[in-house]
Write a protein of this length. Structure first.
Length: 577
């Protein structure tokens, strides 16, 4: 999981065009100097980087909710990226796309379409423009990056091209791993600091984005993978109500089995047990939660990250993640996602959500590219379910029964699939369990309880340039390449060397950026047709979705076996046993 997401992140880091001039903006916290670039030879985008939206979460601020930033004097330079939040080093990250780790990382980047012909460039300083409100407030899109809650940074998402579609894009850093999600299940460390960071950033947007000609009353949150799971959870977070008005979720929802950690759950080591293990590794007292947290506040940030990474590797699992404790310690949610959905405890806003066609190909180990045997199929399925559902031994004793249920549901009756078919069936099972079935269950719950439109997509486009074996199809993260217009960037990585893009790649990217920007503007991705696309909402009676492909069209054929739908998170025996 970690390596694939790292490659995806690297794909998105492009090189900004040479800026034509600097640009100044005055905010409630102080003045910023950004840069203006010409995008695609016709549209200008202003970029402001490394803007603090909270105070540094250091010292006593570690494992606490973020505090608003302080004002600065003079003009703050906003033309270079800041640090990323502390995280493990991914071996796939090329040197030119890495950033220093620093706990003082609660910053955001802004990409704003602009109209220079109408702005005041009469400053006495050459090549300086004063940004002005000249076109009416712009819709705002706030991006929550993925990275398994463990790594990633806002800096890797060059948003100049999607911003050129007539929106402001804000990309946000948030605390990661144990620093972002350590939870003692009581007031000693309430957890969910990464989510609280994003909420603080949304408060900053509400209070400050008008200085950039943004509309605080038209904010769309969007994210991919872990960022998509966080987007889904923010729909249920009480503190986030009113801070956004639409949501886009790409490959991840609150019901995904990896999305949250639960207290008193049989599915994984509970959050408190994780803190005890981490504290023991770092020589801290493990008998008292306050003492544990106090000790951990004295440790170097990277010591905590390295110890946490060891734990993840030992369990082969993401351990520190958003937590639901059953209490209201953090003011976010006090019930599980499934209960929030069942009892209509979520924001009623338009949503757009989806997944790639072949999300989880890494479930297959097939170096020879010749398929897998039936025995390999069962072994791989056992490994996948064991890693995804770290349950008590009693449940593991029934794993053979569970594997039989999946086999009966997915293998064609009366036939014996060949090795290549078995390989694809295994990919489909993993994709359904981790992403597709939870997404369908969540959209059904939303559509049942709100009149707001709910849009669904499957991303099926595979570039002719793709170097991976054709059987791997369209994998986790492939869609964000097009959401951010990577085919229009001057440099990119796929996975680690420059390529050329095709005309079809650029057309698909243009279509996707237009659809996403339209949704942010209007709550409808196709108020008018986009390259022949008319996207209708998903409903219970008409469960339609847009298949995004070379020739995108509406489809209705998503039939997922019931065994793959999310089991009760508090009763995993529904699935395991």
């Amino acid at each position: 999981m970690y390596s694939t997401l790292s490659v995806v992140l690297c794909m998105l880091s492009g090189v900004l065009s040479a800026s034509d001039q600097s640009v100044l903006v005055t905010t409630k916290y102080g003045e910023l100097r950004g840069s203006r670039s010409l995008v695609s030879g016709q549209t200008h985008v202003d970029t402001f980087l490394n803007i603090p939206y909270a105070q540094p979460p250091v010292g006593e601020g570690r494992f606490r909710a973020p505090e608003p930033p302080v004002e600065w004097s003079g003009v703050r330079d906003a033309t270079t990226f800041g640090p990323r939040c502390p995280q493990p080093n991914a071996p796939e990250d090329p040197p030119q796309f890495t950033f220093p780790d620093d706990e003082d990382c609660l910053v955001l980047n802004i990409y704003k379409v602009t109209f220079p012909d109408n702005e005041d460039c009469s400053s006495s300083e050459p090549n300086i423009c004063e940004a002005s409100e000249n076109s009416g407030p712009l819709p705002v899109m706030v991006w929550i990056h993925g990275g398994a809650y463990t790594y990633g940074t806002a800096n890797l998402y060059d948003s100049t091209h999607i911003a050129s579609k007539g929106v402001i894009v804000v990309t946000v850093n948030y605390r990661l791993d144990a620093l972002g999600f350590l939870c003692t299940e009581d007031d000693a460390a309430m957890g969910n600091y990464g989510l609280l960071d994003v909420i603080r950033a949304l408060q900053w947007v509400r209070d400050t984005i008008s200085a950039f000609n943004g509309d605080p009353n038209n904010v769309t949150i969007f994210g991919e993978s872990a960022g998509s799971g966080m987007t889904s959870l923010l729909l249920m977070a009480k503190k986030a109500r009113g801070l956004f008005h639409k949501a886009i979720m790409e490959s991840g929802v609150s019901l995904s089995p990896w999305a949250v950690g639960l207290a008193r759950s049989k599915v994984q080591p509970r959050p408190l047990d994780q803190v005890k293990t981490l504290s023991g590794k770092l020589g801290c007292d493990v008998t008292d939660t306050s003492a544990m947290v106090g000790c951990l506040r004295t440790k170097h940030a990277m010591s905590i990250i390295n110890a946490s990474w060891e734990m993840n590797n030992e369990f082969n699992q993401i351990l520190f993640r958003p937590a639901v404790t059953g209490g209201d310690h953090d003011g976010l949610f006090d019930v599980t996602p499934e209960n929030a959905l069942t009892h209509d405890q979520f924001a009623h806003v338009p949503t757009l959500r989806g997944f790639t066609k072949d999300e989880w190909t890494h479930v297959v180990s097939d170096a020879d590219n010749d398929g897998i045997s039936f025995e390999e199929f069962r072994q791989s399925l056992r490994k996948f379910l064991t890693e995804m559902f770290i349950v008590q031994p009693a449940f593991h004793n029934n794993m053979d029964t569970t594997i039989d249920r999946f086999t009966q549901a997915y293998l064609p009756r009366g036939t014996y699939p060949d090795p290549e078919q078995l390989r694809q069936i295994l990919i489909q099972i993993a994709s359904d369990v981790m992403f597709i079935a939870p997404t369908l269950k969540e959209i059904e719950s939303h559509a049942k309880n709100t009149a707001e439109p709910q849009y669904l997509y499957r991303f099926s486009y595979r570039s002719a340039l793709a170097k991976s074996p054709s059987w791997q199809g369209v994998v986790h993260g492939d869609d964000i390449i097009y959401v951010f217009g990577v085919p229009f960037l001057s440099e990119f990585i796929w996975p680690a060397e420059p390529q050329n893009w095709t005309r079809d790649d650029r057309q698909l990217a243009d279509d996707v950026m237009t659809l996403w920007a339209n949704f942010a503007k209007y709550g409808n991705p196709t108020p008018t047709a986009v390259n022949g696309i008319n996207w209708s909402p998903w409903t219970k009676t008409t469960p339609s979705y847009l298949d995004i492909a070379s020739h995108s069209q509406m489809e209705h054929d998503l039939n997922i076996p019931s065994v793959s739908f999310p089991a009760s998170v508090e009763n995993p025996s529904v699935l395991i046993g």
